[in-house]
Design a protein around this ligand. Structure first.
Ligand SMILES: *Cc1c(COP(=O)(O)O)cnc(C)c1O
Length: 202
């Protein structure tokens, strides 16, 4: 299990305290904020980009992050592959899935994921390591459980397809509101912000 401490709006002093207490992985949803934090905190933790990634921002972070959780379209795949080649590295990513098909969220519909994965496999400097989802914000536990269960099944389906050079290691799902259910349904990477640092005031 990987716990990613989501540090958006959290100041560097507080983040450093969390690192002292054992946090090893940090998540940010905006490139600019992530860059700033990396500069100030340094390379003693793993950085995850968990939010939408614009193609024109790829070059800013390509060599600084451990995992990009928001792979959701071919234009981004192409840019990531190109910049990874230029930096002589292989970039690890998760495919973002919009299970509940909410208009407000990024990510692929469930039935588009497998064909997308097959396309990405043609690119040599980008590697898919699993799937990510942001569940709907709701107290409806049945709905949440169904979303996470769908994700787990999808991950298994892709694993079983047996593609070469693809190992579905990570299922990134579960936030403050729903991480317990996510873990029960097979998550091995949770992204917790307010549950660690308290409510955000934007
Ligand atoms: C903010 C955010 C989180 C953490 O949310 P909390 O409810 O504070 O735990 C997790 N994942 C993503 C993609 C986020 O933007």
């Amino acid at each position: 299990m990987t716990l990613i401490a989501v540090t958006k709006t959290v100041d560097v002093e507080t983040i450093n305290k969390a690192i002292e207490l054992g946090i090893t992985d940090i998540g940010e949803n905006r490139v600019q904020e992530l860059e700033k934090k990396i500069e100030e905190i340094g390379d003693n933790v793993n950085y995850h980009l968990i939010g939408h990634l614009q193609t024109n921002k790829v070059r800013n972070i390509i060599d600084k992050v451990k995992l990009i959780h928001s792979l959701d379209r071919m234009s981004l795949v192409k840019e990531l592959d190109k910049r990874a080649k230029m930096n002589d590295l292989i970039i690890d990513t998760l495919v973002q899935v919009n299970v509940a098909e909410e208009d407000t969220k990024f990510g692929l519909e469930v039935n588009k994921v497998l064909p997308f994965v097959e396309e990405v496999l043609k690119f040599s400097n980008i590697r898919i390591k699993g799937l990510m989802t942001i569940a709907p914000y709701t107290d409806d536990k049945v709905l949440l459980r169904n979303v996470f269960r769908t994700m787990y099944k999808l991950k298994e389906e892709i694993s079983k397809a047996g593609y070469e050079n693809l190992s579905m290691d990570f299922l990134s799902m579960g936030m403050t509101n729903d991480y317990e259910i996510a873990i029960e349904e097979g998550s091995n990477m949770i992204r917790v912000g307010s549950g660690i640092f308290g409510d955000r005031n934007y």
